[in-house]
Design a binder for this molecule. Structure first.
Ligand code: ADP
Ligand code: ZN
Length: 441
């Protein structure tokens, strides 16, 4: 069916909760049946004493063990295929943020379904044929490049496949071709602001940007706001993982009250990472996904390590696909200093709320004497860096005090020159753990 002005896929997007559950069950049973035909899953089911034909409700899937990155790592990745190898038309892999990258295979139908999902997301945020879409994500094995590329073309927007990096050229392209929408890693969007300043341009007045898709790494509401204000755009949170397809798993609608998980394509569970039991509705836990509409390599009960929760209530946009809250981080992102559990996003929330803080920061953990020390390196906004020392001292004390209140340890705060911290083209590395025990691992 054709888009109706508000929905790219009116049938799927306006389905009510009950219909969605029925569709999920039907697709789950189909997926399990397909899996039962593959040697890997036959063995997986057998070991778990699981009868795929005896699934009569969505909850029945809880009788299956979880899969995770370790399940996928090592060995021949084609063992997860549920189609003949010749049906595969594309491979992608994860970024390898937490170790060896995992490989994912797609059939032509998978690529088509994925394209439709991302088109649904982009259209929901307001992208139309008249837009010029600059994709500033890495092309290649990473799914953020091609995933958005095909979807934007499907909508009929003009795509600039800029890829990542080469910041001055990015700005040049935006200006020469009147880019209206971008897809960008949030830490890079902040960094790019410095480059705009270096070339004497203001993204608000000197570009036609109106939409930014922010994805691939955890980021705070404060960071979103800063990007919206400094670029003069509406920024939308885009969540996905290569194991489920890539971007297009969950996405913000214009209400921006959580990200709708496309439940026609994914079954979402939120589990306690310790007990692996489901958390109470609305409680925080680890996201677990089951693919419901993948042909080549469906994954069942895949543990993401991403921490989030289901947003309760109904969304003002009318879509009944359930929403997940902004990702707090991966469970592996958490670090412990002096016995206190800390997430990098807690630090980001504080920093970006303080006036005078620039575009980048890094957390460094050291051992000093026998003690942990947490240092937070913070780039200062340009005008302040060249200003009075007294002002800088005031900023430093303020950051220290606010961080202490948020994370309950007093970090050492070091203010550094704008642009001096490493800013890569890929996902930001927020924590450097130089502690003795970390080095020994
Ligand atoms: P890797 O797991 O190696 O980073 P992927 O490229 O598949 O490889 O990235 C998927 C992961 O990226 C997710 O599991 C999540 O941790 C992170 N991620 C993606 N989008 C977002 C987002 N919008 N917010 C927070 N984290 C995100
Ligand atoms: Zn909504």
């Amino acid at each position: 069916m054709a888009a109706d002005g508000m929905h790219w896929d009116p049938v799927m997007e306006t389905m009510d909760g009950e219909e969605l559950r029925a569709l999920q069950l039907k697709r789950l049973r189909g997926t399990l049946e397909r899996c039962a035909g593959s040697p890997f899953y036959r063995e997986w089911f057998k070991e778990a004493g699981f009868d795929p034909a005896a699934v009569f409700s969505l909850e029945d899937i809880r009788r299956l063990p979880f899969m995770d990155k370790d399940t996928l790592r090592g060995g021949d990745p084609t063992r997860f295929l549920t189609v003949p190898k010749d049906d595969v038309v594309r491979m992608h892999s994860s970024s390898g943020t937490t170790g060896q990258a995992t490989v994912i295979f797609h059939t032509a139908r998978d690529v088509e379904a994925w394209t439709e999902l991302v088109a649904r997301c982009m259209y929901m945020a307001g992208v139309r044929r008249s837009d010029v879409f600059q994709n500033m994500m890495g092309y290649g094995l990473f799914t953020g490049g091609l995933g958005f590329h095909y979807a934007a073309e499907r909508i009929g927007a003009m795509v600039i496949p800029a890829g990542s990096g080469n910041s001055r050229r990015q700005i040049q392209l935006m200006r020469d071709f009147h880019t209206t929408a971008v897809h960008v890693i949030p830490s890079y969007a902040l960094y790019l602001l410095e480059v705009f300043a270096d070339v004497g341009l203001d993204p608000r007045g000197d570009t036609d940007l109106r939409i930014a898709f922010l994805g691939a790494e955890p980021h705070t509401e404060s960071l979103r706001r800063r990007i919206e204000e400094s670029y003069g755009v509406g920024a939308f949170n885009s969540y996905g993982l290569s194991e489920m397809c890539g971007p297009g798993v969950a996405f913000e609608c214009p209400a921006k009250l959580g990200m709708h998980v496309w439940e026609d394509s994914f079954l979402v569970e939120v589990v306690d990472p310790g007990t692996l039991e489901p958390v109470a509705e609305g409680g925080e836990g680890e996201l677990v996904f089951t693919s419901l509409n993948r042909e080549g390599m469906p994954l069942l009960r895949y543990r993401t390590r991403d921490l989030s929760s289901i947003v309760e209530g109904t969304c003002p946009c009318g879509r009944e696909h359930r929403r997940i809250s902004r990702i707090k981080g991966r469970s592996d992102d958490m670090f412990i200093v002096k016995g206190v559990n800390i997430f990098p996003m807690q630090v980001e929330k504080v920093l970006l709320g303080v006036l005078g803080v620039g575009s980048n920061y890094q957390i460094v953990l050291d051992t000093v004497g026998a003690m942990d020390e947490m240092r937070v390196l913070v780039e200062v906004a340009g005008e302040l860096w060249h200003g009075e020392v007294r002002e800088l001292n005031r900023l430093r004390s303020r950051i220290m005090e606010e961080l202490r209140q948020e994370v309950l340890v007093t970090p050492r705060v070091e203010l550094v020159e704008p642009g001096s911290l490493p800013a890569g083209e890929g996902k930001a590395v927020r924590v450097l753990d130089e502690r003795e025990h970390a080095r020994e691992d």
